[in-house]
Design a binder for this molecule. Structure first.
Ligand code: PMP
Ligand code: GLN
Length: 391
C-alpha cells in the first residue's frame, strides 16, 4: 500500500456490515435504507435498461439529469446553475468529493473540515496529497434535548493557516446529525472570504431534516457562490444508495477542473439510473416533505428505545443517525469495544464514532457510537426490544 494510504485499511462500514451478516444481527451500522425508493424513480430505470441508455452516457452526465439537478437546486435553495457548464454528474457524492479534492488541492495544501467527519474525507484528502486541519464539533449538553453540535469560531480561525486551500463542509452532518445554522455558516463564509478559501459542501442529507431545523446551503451566503462547490446525491433521497448517482455544482471554471479529474476516475456513470434520478428530482415538494416526516418518526422510535435501554442518546436534527455516549454504561468508555460486543449481547450492530475522528483527536470520539434509523418499523421495533434485553 502506498504511503499516502497507510492507515486507511478497510472502511468501518464494510467491517461492521460483515459482522452483522456473520452474527445474524440487525444492522444499524452502515447507513442504507431497507425499503425500495419511489415507483416513479424505479420504473424509469427499469424501462431504460435494454435501450441505448445502456451505453456510455455523455461525460458530464445526461442533459436531462443535469437540467433536473439545476432545477432542483433552484427550487429548494434558490441557486441557479447552468446545466451545460456548472453541473457535473458523478459516481455518488463520494466521487464528486474525491474528484474535487484531486482537481483543486496541491500537495501540501491544507483542507479545513469539521470533525468528526465522514470516513472518505481524510482518505480523499490524502490521495490528493493534502493535509487535514480538523475543527472539532462539540456535542450538546446531555439532557438538554438539543440535537445541535457546534464549533468554536476561534477553533475554525486557528485551523486556517497560510497553507489552507479549501474548507470542506458537511451539513446536514454525518455522523452527528447536526444542521449548521445561519450564524455558523456566516462564520464559515467570513473565514472563507477573508482567507480566500474554496468551499466544498457535502449536502447529501439535504432533504432528511427534522422538526424546526432548516438546511441552508453554504453557497447561498453573500459572496459564496463564486467560491463554492455544492455536492449532492440521489442515494439518500430516493433510497438508491447502490446506484451511485451524485452531482457537483459550482462556477464553471471550478466544475471544469473537477470534470478533468472525474473523466479519468470513472469517465461516466450508470446510464439507466440517470433518467431515473432526473425523474426523482422533479417529484413534487410533498414527496420531499414526506420522506423527512417518515424518517423523523423512525428517529423518535429508535431514540426512545435507546434511552429506555439506558443509553444516553443525542436525538439528531437530520440524517439517518443517532449518537449514543457509552461512557456511563462502560467504565472504560470504549465505543469500539462496545460495538464489537453488541452483536453477542444484543444481536444489533452499530458503528463506533471514533472512526470519524483524526488520530490526534481520537479521544474526543472514543465513547461515542452511531446507530442508524433508516430501517423499517418492524426492524427498529425488534432492535429496540433486543437492546432493552441487552446482557
Ligand atoms: N457524504 C456523506 C456525509 C455520506 O454520509 C455519504 C454516504 N452515506 C456520502 C457522502 C456518500 O454518498 P454516495 O453514496 O452518494 O457516494
Ligand atoms: N454513508 C453511509 C454511512 O455513513 C454509508 C457509507 C458507506 O458504506 N461507505 O453509513
Amino acid at each position: 500500500l502506498a504511503g499516502r494510504l497507510q492507515g486507511f485499511g478497510t472502511t468501518v462500514f464494510a467491517e461492521m456490515s460483515a459482522l452483522a451478516v456473520a452474527t445474524g444481527s440487525i444492522n444499524l451500522g452502515q447507513g442504507f435504507p431497507d425499503t425500495p425508493g419511489p415507483a416513479e424513480v424505479l420504473d424509469v430505470a427499469r424501462a431504460a435498461i435494454g435501450t441505448p441508455a445502456d451505453q456510455y452516457p455523455p461525460g458530464p452526465g445526461t442533459p436531462e439529469l443535469r437540467a433536473a439537478v439545476a432545477a432542483h437546486l433552484e427550487r429548494f435553495r434558490g441557486l441557479r446553475y447552468d446545466p451545460d457548464t456548472e453541473v457535473l454528474v458523478t459516481a455518488g457524492a463520494t466521487e464528486a468529493l474525491t474528484a474535487a479534492l484531486l482537481a483543486l488541492v496541491e500537495p501540501g495544501d491544507e483542507v479545513v473540515l469539521l470533525e468528526p467527519m465522514y470516513d472518505s474525507y481524510a482518505a480523499a484528502v490524502a490521495m490528493a496529497g493534502g493535509v487535514v486541519r480538523p475543527v472539532p464539533l462539540t456535542p450538546p449538553p446531555p439532557g438538554t434535548g438539543d440535537g445541535h453540535w457546534t464549533f468554536d469560531p476561534a477553533d475554525l480561525r486557528a485551523a486556517v493557516t497560510p497553507r489552507a486551500r479549501l474548507l470542506l463542509l458537511n451539513s446536514p452532518h454525518n455522523p452527528t446529525g447536526t444542521v449548521l445554522d445561519r450564524a455558523e455558516l456566516a462564520e464559515v463564509a467570513e473565514v472563507a472570504l477573508e482567507a480566500g478559501l474554496l468551499v466544498l459542501t457535502d449536502e447529501v442529507y439535504e432533504h432528511l431534516v427534522f422538526g424546526g431545523a432548516e438546511h441552508v446551503s453554504a453557497a447561498t451566503l453573500p459572496g459564496m457562490r463564486e467560491r463554492t462547490l455544492v455536492v449532492g446525491s440521489g442515494g439518500k433521497t430516493f433510497n438508491t444508495t447502490g446506484w451511485k448517482i451524485g452531482w457537483i455544482c459550482g462556477p464553471a471554471p471550478l466544475v471544469a477542473a473537477v470534470r478533468t479529474a472525474k473523466q479519468f476516475l470513472t469517465y461516466v456513470n450508470g446510464g439507466p439510473f440517470q433518467p431515473a434520478i432526473a425523474a426523482g428530482l422533479a417529484l413534487p415538494d410533498a414527496f420531499f416533505a414526506g420522506i423527512a416526516a417518515d424518517l423523523e418518526r423512525r428517529r423518535d422510535v429508535l431514540v426512545a428505545g435507546l434511552r429506555e435501554a439506558e443509553l444516553p442518546t443525542v436525538s439528531p436534527q437530520a440524517t439517518y443517525f443517532a449518537t449514543v455516549d457509552v461512557s456511563g454504561v462502560r467504565p472504560d468508555g470504549d465505543g469500539l469495544a462496545f460495538c464489537r460486543e453488541l452483536p453477542e449481547r444484543a444481536g444489533v450492530v452499530a458503528v463506533p464514532s471514533g472512526v470519524f475522528y483524526t488520530r490526534e483527536h481520537a479521544d474526543l470520539g472514543r465513547s461515542l457510537v452511531r446507530f442508524a434509523f433508516c430501517k423499517r418499523d418492524e426492524v427498529l421495533a425488534e432492535a429496540v426490544a433486543r437492546l432493552g434485553r441487552m446482557r
